[in-house]
Design a protein around this ligand. Structure first.
Ligand code: DCP
Ligand code: MG
Length: 352
């Protein structure tokens, strides 16, 4: 039986700003681009969230919801600096750390013997050390797998610590709404809701073959997740073969122009993740598009650095294959394994 921690800082960019300028602590703040320049909110503190201010919202809209909102431009260098300190504390507990972004990581603590092997103690230690040494509050979840650990870290946010012991996992999952399952976006949720499947309990009543008929490979994943099963390993930097980000949109994106607009925030997130991994050896770039008929396509090409222009071209090529409304966009880089020879194909080519 494995033991996994998921740790995620509370309102990370905003927390760093509040730490460095205490006068911001009791007012609603957001980190993002200026409204006059059609900026977008990256994150906000919990006070601002009470007004409905959310990540990815236009700053102009956020200011209408909360006129006294203080909008602060991001300072990524400072956030990266804090992130490195936090990631170093994770590594004091275990070498098996998989960073997901600047403020978030999975830790496999199965073989940690300190703290009598208690996941709860380890989680508390992480929270205390990170708070003392960096001034940042982190929410931590402990569970037998990644899926449940991530749900657990969110369960008592902010400043949370929540443990799902293995014997409680199946019962815990029963009541979960299906939209909390990783990979279930608004469209899948709607499709399930049409069959009155809103919780994992209801999902468990559907047979594996029915789910696979409806959702293909993802059907098996749904079948397992509904039972609290998730075999994914915590993948450390050394073993990682790719870095990617993807988003399922609340509404399908109708045109290629609109896809271009939605693509930029994804590229920025990917860029952040790639930087988070130091200087990984990139050998390919890829773009994934899922259409509203649930087909998907991936375009990739050789490349040794994140080139936004190339990625836009791949997006255009992938989109033009079906030219249907888009429900999901993904973008990523494939990495050269530590000792593999580099062999770079010269032309963009199809994957599937
Ligand atoms: N971020 C961003 N754009 C988004 C989402 C996040 O730029 N659409 C940035 C700002 C966040 C950081 O990434 O501070 C971490 O993302 P999280 O989703 O963990 O959000 P927060 O840490 O801000 O809040 P929470 O307390 O919900 O974790
Ligand atoms: Mg966070």
């Amino acid at each position: 039986m494995r033991k996994i921690i998921h740790a995620d800082c509370d309102c990370f960019y905003a927390a760093v700003e509040m730490r460095d300028n205490p006068s911001l602590q009791n007012i609603p703040i957001a980190i993002g681009g200026a409204a006059e320049r059609r900026g977008v909110i990256a994150t906000s503190n919990y006070l601002a969230r009470q007004f409905g201010v959310r990540s990815a919202m236009a700053t102009a809209h956020a200011l209408r919801l909360c006129p006294e909102l203080r909008v602060i431009p991001p300072d990524f260098v400072r956030y990266q600096h804090v992130s490195q300190k936090i990631q170093a504390i994770f590594h004091e507990l275990t070498p098996v750390v998989e960073p997901l972004s600047l403020d978030e990581a999975y830790l496999d603590i199965t073989h940690v013997t300190r703290f009598s092997g208690s996941g709860t103690w380890m989680a508390q230690w992480l929270k205390d050390e990170i708070k003392t040494r960096t001034g940042i509050a982190v929410s931590v979840g402990v569970a037998p797998n990644k899926f449940l650990a991530k749900i657990a870290s969110d369960w008592r946010k902010p400043d949370g610590l929540f443990v799902i012991p293995p014997q409680d996992a199946a019962a815990f999952v029963t009541a979960l709404p299906v939209d909390l399952l990783p990979g279930v976006g608004p469209a899948t949720q709607t499709r399930l809701a049409q069959q009155e499947i809103n919780t994992c309990q209801a999902l468990r009543n559907v047979s594996l073959s029915t789910l696979m008929d409806q959702f293909g490979k993802f059907g098996r994943r749904l079948y397992e997740l509904a039972r609290g099963i998730d075999e994914r390993d915590v993948v450390t930097q050394r073993e990682r073969k790719s870095i990617s980000v993807e988003t399922t949109f609340p509404q399908d994106i109708a045109s290629l122009d609109a896809c271009h607009e939605a693509f930029l925030p994804l590229l920025e997130r990917l860029d952040e993740r790639v930087q988070r991994h130091g200087a990984p050896r990139i050998n390919k770039l890829f773009v994934k598009v899922r259409f509203n008929d649930f087909t998907h396509t991936t375009m990739e090409c050789a490349g040794v650095a994140l080139c936004f222009g190339t990625l836009y071209t791949l997006l255009d090529q992938a989109w033009s294959r079906r030219a249907l409304p888009v429900r999901l966009l993904g973008v990523g880089v494939r990495l050269t394994p530590p000792d593999a020879h580099r062999q770079l194909p010269l032309f963009a080519h199809d994957v599937d």
